[in-house]
Design a protein around this ligand. Structure first.
Ligand SMILES: NC(=O)c1ccc[n+]([C@@H]2O[C@H](COP(=O)([O-])OP(=O)(O)OC[C@H]3O[C@@H](n4cnc5c(N)ncnc54)[C@H](O)[C@@H]3O)[C@@H](O)[C@H]2O)c1
Length: 333
């Protein structure tokens, strides 16, 4: 098997979304000249849209659409999913599980098209909930996904699709690579409307408090729940390294800089140069109590792990959201 050439066809699904849009941009930056970008949203809703790649609007729940997406592809990065932050996945479990149609049909299409490598974007939500009950958490290592008790809905679908990847490799010889992303954030993603995740939501709330002069911010839960957040550039580096690697088993792609949500708010307040009164909404969706990434295996297998600081990444994210909100390109939630 030869290494991917820059003129081989690479397909990115979910390319109108946050990570997919950045991945298309990064592949272009690395010199790839044949990229097919696929999403089911109309082009004017894509976060990033590049005229010099092949852009397709296809609903990948349909098998025929997946065949069209996969045609002649050497590599496929499958990032399409019906997903969002805690507020979305706790209230839309069936919708999250229906993403299995995308993953099933894309794997079948990749196999039928003779695709060489298939990347699947899994999630830290596959990890057993009982290992995430304390804010002072033991970082999650890859083996913690079993015995299985993932996040209801979204996490079960991810774990099922991870296994489907494994069996497509064993039974059909399709090389699959699986990353378990941990809370990826950065510019060019959703920050309002209900699908946003904590980093973008907090930036939006801080900016809104400044613009309206309310001086107040609402925080979901007591703010002492812990997480790690992965900046988009680390996510892309991990994705591309894993795809080219010989690592067949799922790997964490996540930062291990653990913070409380209160600390995340401090960071954004520092960037914005404000101090807000905090109002805690204790009955809001909050997810697990604590979650961090154990990067021992990713370091051993890829010789790499995420390293971009939250302070740097949040500044970039804040600046982009601020620009979107103040130039009136997006409606405030
Ligand atoms: N962002 C994170 O923190 C994170 C964490 C863990 C896993 N992931 C996974 O990474 C992938 C990308 O996430 P993201 O943050 O870019 O999400 P996103 O919502 O910004 O992007 C997903 C894209 O998939 C598209 N899509 C949904 N249904 C489709 C369909 N039927 N046909 C074609 N396209 C469809 C959406 O329109 C959207 O543009 C997803 O699989 C997600 O589950 C993300």
């Amino acid at each position: 098997m030869t290494k991917l050439n820059t003129h081989d066809l690479v397909v990115v699904t979910g390319a109108g979304g946050f990570i997919g849009g950045h991945l298309v941009s990064e592949l272009k930056r690395r010199g790839h000249s044949r990229i097919r970008a696929v999403d089911y949203k109309p082009f004017d809703q894509w976060y990033q849209h590049f005229d010099d790649v092949e852009n397709r609007v296809l609903d990948l729940r349909e098998a025929k659409a997946c065949e069209a997406a996969a045609q002649e592809a050497r590599y496929i990065f499958n990032l399409a999913a019906d997903m969002g932050g805690m507020g979305f996945i706790e209230l839309n479990k069936a919708a999250c599980m229906l993403t299995v149609l995308i993953n099933t049909h894309m794997l079948m299409a990749a196999r039928n098209a003779g695709t060489e490598r298939f990347f699947f974007s899994s999630s830290a939500c596959v990890y057993a909930a009982e290992k995430q009950t304390s804010a002072d958490v033991q970082p999650l290592s890859e083996g913690d996904a079993y015995p299985a008790m993932p996040e209801d809905g979204y996490g079960w679908e991810k774990l099922f699709s991870e296994r489907m990847c494994r069996h497509f490799t064993e039974d059909f010889g399709l090389i699959t690579r699986v990353a378990r992303y941990h809370n990826v954030y950065g510019p060019h993603g959703t920050f309002d409307g209900g699908r946003e995740k904590a980093p973008a939501a907090i930036c939006r709330k801080v900016i809104k408090a400044q613009l309206s002069g309310s001086g107040e911010i609402e925080i979901w839960g007591d703010g002492e729940q812990t997480r790690s957040f992965t900046y988009i550039d680390d996510c892309l580096e991990g994705t591309l390294r894993l795809m080219e690697s010989g690592v067949a088993e799922p790997l964490n792609v996540g930062s291990d800089q653990l913070v409380t949500i209160n600390r995340l708010v401090d960071i954004v307040e520092n960037v914005a140069g404000v101090k807000l009164k905090r109002r805690y909404k204790l009955d809001a969706p909050k997810g697990v109590r604590g979650r961090n990434s154990d990067n021992t295996l990713v370091k051993a297998r890829l010789g790499w792990a995420p390293s971009i600081s939250l302070e740097h990444g949040m500044r970039k994210t804040y600046e982009w959201i601020h620009q979107q909100m103040t130039t009136g390109q997006r409606i405030l939630a």
